[in-house]
Design a protein around this ligand. Structure first.
Ligand SMILES: [Ca+2]
Ligand SMILES: [Ca+2]
Length: 163
Protein backbone atom coordinates (compact mmCIF):
# COMPACT_ATOMS: atom_id res chain seq x y z
CA UNK A 1 0.00 0.00 0.00
CA UNK A 2 2.73 2.45 1.00
CA UNK A 3 4.82 1.62 -2.05
CA UNK A 4 1.97 2.01 -4.51
CA UNK A 5 1.09 5.36 -2.92
CA UNK A 6 4.71 6.43 -3.20
CA UNK A 7 4.97 5.47 -6.85
CA UNK A 8 1.71 7.29 -7.49
CA UNK A 9 3.17 10.43 -5.93
CA UNK A 10 6.34 10.03 -7.95
CA UNK A 11 4.35 9.72 -11.15
CA UNK A 12 2.40 12.83 -10.24
CA UNK A 13 5.61 14.67 -9.48
CA UNK A 14 7.01 13.64 -12.84
CA UNK A 15 3.91 14.98 -14.61
CA UNK A 16 4.30 18.34 -12.88
CA UNK A 17 8.00 18.48 -13.76
CA UNK A 18 7.28 17.64 -17.39
CA UNK A 19 4.60 20.27 -17.74
CA UNK A 20 6.86 22.87 -16.13
CA UNK A 21 9.66 21.99 -18.54
CA UNK A 22 7.25 22.39 -21.42
CA UNK A 23 6.09 25.76 -20.10
CA UNK A 24 9.66 27.00 -19.71
CA UNK A 25 10.41 25.96 -23.30
CA UNK A 26 7.32 27.85 -24.51
CA UNK A 27 8.32 30.98 -22.59
CA UNK A 28 11.89 30.81 -23.89
CA UNK A 29 10.58 30.58 -27.42
CA UNK A 30 8.24 33.52 -26.91
CA UNK A 31 11.11 35.53 -25.46
CA UNK A 32 13.24 34.77 -28.51
CA UNK A 33 10.37 35.99 -30.67
CA UNK A 34 9.83 39.30 -28.94
CA UNK A 35 13.12 40.34 -27.42
CA UNK A 36 15.46 42.81 -29.07
CA UNK A 37 18.78 43.70 -27.45
CA UNK A 38 19.05 46.86 -25.39
CA UNK A 39 19.05 49.88 -27.68
CA UNK A 40 17.12 48.09 -30.42
CA UNK A 41 13.41 48.26 -31.06
CA UNK A 42 11.26 45.72 -32.77
CA UNK A 43 9.07 46.13 -35.84
CA UNK A 44 7.59 42.92 -37.23
CA UNK A 45 10.41 40.34 -37.44
CA UNK A 46 13.25 42.82 -37.21
CA UNK A 47 15.12 44.71 -34.48
CA UNK A 48 16.25 48.25 -35.35
CA UNK A 49 18.71 50.64 -33.74
CA UNK A 50 18.57 54.33 -34.60
CA UNK A 51 22.02 55.81 -34.15
CA UNK A 52 22.61 58.84 -31.99
CA UNK A 53 25.95 59.48 -33.68
CA UNK A 54 26.69 60.46 -37.27
CA UNK A 55 29.08 58.48 -39.48
CA UNK A 56 30.12 58.08 -43.10
CA UNK A 57 28.29 55.21 -44.80
CA UNK A 58 31.18 52.73 -44.65
CA UNK A 59 31.77 53.36 -40.94
CA UNK A 60 28.06 53.13 -40.12
CA UNK A 61 27.92 49.86 -42.04
CA UNK A 62 30.95 48.48 -40.17
CA UNK A 63 29.36 49.42 -36.83
CA UNK A 64 26.11 47.59 -37.71
CA UNK A 65 28.04 44.54 -38.91
CA UNK A 66 30.08 44.64 -35.71
CA UNK A 67 26.80 44.31 -33.79
CA UNK A 68 25.93 41.19 -35.78
CA UNK A 69 23.51 43.02 -38.09
CA UNK A 70 23.64 45.36 -41.06
CA UNK A 71 22.36 48.73 -42.19
CA UNK A 72 18.57 48.73 -42.43
CA UNK A 73 16.92 47.25 -45.49
CA UNK A 74 13.60 48.83 -46.47
CA UNK A 75 11.65 46.45 -48.66
CA UNK A 76 8.09 47.56 -48.09
CA UNK A 77 6.12 50.71 -47.38
CA UNK A 78 5.27 49.60 -43.80
CA UNK A 79 8.94 49.35 -42.88
CA UNK A 80 9.63 52.68 -44.56
CA UNK A 81 6.81 54.27 -42.55
CA UNK A 82 8.05 52.78 -39.28
CA UNK A 83 11.60 54.03 -39.85
CA UNK A 84 10.64 57.47 -41.12
CA UNK A 85 8.13 58.00 -38.31
CA UNK A 86 10.95 57.42 -35.85
CA UNK A 87 13.27 59.85 -37.66
CA UNK A 88 10.39 62.34 -37.83
CA UNK A 89 9.92 62.05 -34.05
CA UNK A 90 13.63 62.32 -33.18
CA UNK A 91 16.51 63.73 -35.24
CA UNK A 92 14.55 64.91 -38.31
CA UNK A 93 17.90 64.64 -40.08
CA UNK A 94 19.42 62.69 -42.99
CA UNK A 95 19.77 59.02 -42.04
CA UNK A 96 21.58 56.22 -43.90
CA UNK A 97 19.73 53.09 -44.86
CA UNK A 98 21.60 50.04 -46.20
CA UNK A 99 21.37 50.72 -49.91
CA UNK A 100 24.19 51.66 -52.26
CA UNK A 101 25.35 51.53 -55.87
CA UNK A 102 29.05 51.72 -54.93
CA UNK A 103 29.90 48.46 -56.70
CA UNK A 104 28.24 49.26 -60.02
CA UNK A 105 26.78 52.66 -60.85
CA UNK A 106 23.00 52.50 -61.09
CA UNK A 107 22.72 49.00 -59.60
CA UNK A 108 21.28 49.54 -56.14
CA UNK A 109 22.07 46.73 -53.72
CA UNK A 110 20.82 46.30 -50.15
CA UNK A 111 23.27 45.64 -47.33
CA UNK A 112 21.95 42.04 -47.18
CA UNK A 113 23.30 41.51 -50.71
CA UNK A 114 19.94 41.55 -52.52
CA UNK A 115 19.16 43.97 -55.34
CA UNK A 116 16.62 46.75 -55.05
CA UNK A 117 13.39 45.46 -56.56
CA UNK A 118 10.92 47.86 -58.14
CA UNK A 119 11.11 51.64 -58.06
CA UNK A 120 12.17 52.15 -54.45
CA UNK A 121 10.92 55.06 -52.36
CA UNK A 122 13.11 57.73 -53.91
CA UNK A 123 12.34 61.43 -53.71
CA UNK A 124 11.31 62.97 -57.01
CA UNK A 125 14.19 63.01 -59.53
CA UNK A 126 16.39 60.87 -57.26
CA UNK A 127 18.75 59.09 -57.54
CA UNK A 128 20.55 61.76 -59.52
CA UNK A 129 24.16 61.82 -58.31
CA UNK A 130 25.85 59.44 -60.73
CA UNK A 131 29.18 58.18 -59.43
CA UNK A 132 29.44 61.08 -56.93
CA UNK A 133 26.43 59.83 -54.90
CA UNK A 134 26.39 56.11 -54.18
CA UNK A 135 24.70 55.76 -50.79
CA UNK A 136 21.01 56.12 -49.99
CA UNK A 137 19.55 57.98 -47.04
CA UNK A 138 16.18 59.06 -45.74
CA UNK A 139 15.84 62.76 -46.50
CA UNK A 140 13.47 64.69 -44.21
CA UNK A 141 13.45 67.76 -46.44
CA UNK A 142 12.18 65.62 -49.33
CA UNK A 143 9.16 64.19 -47.53
CA UNK A 144 11.32 61.51 -45.84
CA UNK A 145 11.87 59.71 -49.11
CA UNK A 146 15.29 58.50 -50.31
CA UNK A 147 18.14 60.50 -51.79
CA UNK A 148 21.43 59.21 -53.12
CA UNK A 149 24.12 61.19 -51.32
CA UNK A 150 27.91 61.17 -51.10
CA UNK A 151 28.96 58.13 -49.02
CA UNK A 152 31.63 60.07 -47.03
CA UNK A 153 28.99 62.38 -45.48
CA UNK A 154 28.61 61.86 -41.74
CA UNK A 155 24.92 61.45 -40.96
CA UNK A 156 22.70 59.31 -38.71
CA UNK A 157 22.13 55.64 -39.61
CA UNK A 158 19.88 52.70 -38.78
CA UNK A 159 21.13 49.19 -37.95
CA UNK A 160 18.91 46.13 -38.13
CA UNK A 161 18.95 42.43 -37.60
CA UNK A 162 16.34 39.74 -38.01
CA UNK A 163 14.96 38.70 -34.62
CA1 LIG B 1 25.58 56.39 -57.86
CA1 LIG C 1 20.94 62.75 -55.00
Amino acid sequence: MQISRLSHLLAEQKNITDSLKERVAQLEERNRDTACPVGYQRFQRTCYRFSTDQKPYSEARAICHGEGGRLATVKDQETHDFLTNHVRATTRANTWIGLSDQEAEGLWVWDDGTSLVGDGIWATDEPNGGTRENCAHIKPTRDYRWNDGPCPSSIYYICEFIA
